[in-house]
Design a protein around this ligand. Structure first.
Ligand code: SAH
Length: 235
């Protein structure tokens, strides 16, 4: 079995790259900035693809995630794509800093295309996740929630309205883009998201995000370790 992670920020991926001693495959995606780290766990191939960097910072957002996912699927042919990263979530729904969730769906909240139902359906996306996600969450005792993706770290009133209308819960900047590409290739996608900030509580999202990034990334590593063990031992 081949598992392939798609991760936006190095800080989010580094703890489990180190945990498994994954090796950088130099220039694997050249000339693109995406980076491949690879190793073996319990007889399965474990790949971690980082979006890479530009302008001296990690590439976050939908465009970079889409490019990385296309290239990863074409070059690695994974059995499962896993999008792991941080997110904002809602305290009113029981979210806490560094709590880790498994995704049960993915939508976009900032693509407003007026018109008929077909355009609205396409823009929100509402992509399915890997059908084993629920069983995995149950086996590991992890909560599930719906990933909601947009191109900004902040949240405008119209974003919240769409999030509420479609039941979005885990606000990130990549998830639905990864799910979109996976839907085109018919490759299953699993989401693992750790909370860095509370959308209905944090005064300054960026400051809160930065303060909690380390703890959320440690929690991600711990969750991913359990997930990788489970998937590779039950393959
Ligand atoms: N300048 C920052 C960029 C962080 S962008 C830095 O380099 O430190 C935020 C990243 O974390 C994105 O990859 C996104 O998926 C995730 N994220 C965490 N909290 C979020 C929130 N409240 N809204 C949107 N994305 C969030």
């Amino acid at each position: 079995m081949t598992l392939c992670y798609i991760v936006a920020m190095r800080a989010e991926a580094q703890p489990f790259i180190e945990e498994y001693g994954l090796e950088l495959k130099e220039n694997f995606f050249a000339p693109l900035p995406c980076m491949l780290y690879e190793g073996e766990v319990n007889g399965s191939r474990l790949c971690v693809v980082l979006n890479g960097a530009q302008h001296n910072s990690d590439l976050v957002g939908c465009e970079a995630a889409s490019v990385a996912t296309v290239k990863a699927i074409e070059a690695i042919r994974p059995d499962l794509i896993i999008n792991s990263g941080t997110c904002g979530a809602f305290q009113s729904q029981g979210a806490e800093i560094a709590k880790v969730y498994i995704g049960n769906g993915a939508m976009f909240h900032d693509r407003r295309v007026p018109g008929d139902d077909a355009w609205a359906t396409q823009s929100v996306g509402n992509y399915d996740v890997w059908q084993g996600s629920r069983q995995l969450a149950k086996a590991l005792g992890m909560p599930m929630a719906k990933v909601t993706t947009g191109s900004s770290l902040d949240m405008q009133a119209i974003d919240l309205e769409i999030i509420n209308r479609h039941g979005g819960q885990l606000k990130d900047m990549e998830g639905a883009a990864v799910a979109f590409v996976c839907s085109l290739y018919q490759v299953p996608v699993l989401f693992v998201k750790s909370v860095t900030d509370l959308c209905d509580h944090s005064a300054d999202t960026f400051e809160t995000f930065s303060r909690n990034l380390h703890a959320a990334s440690q929690a991600l590593r711990n969750a991913n370790k359990r997930i990788i063990e489970h998937l590779t031992l039950h393959a």
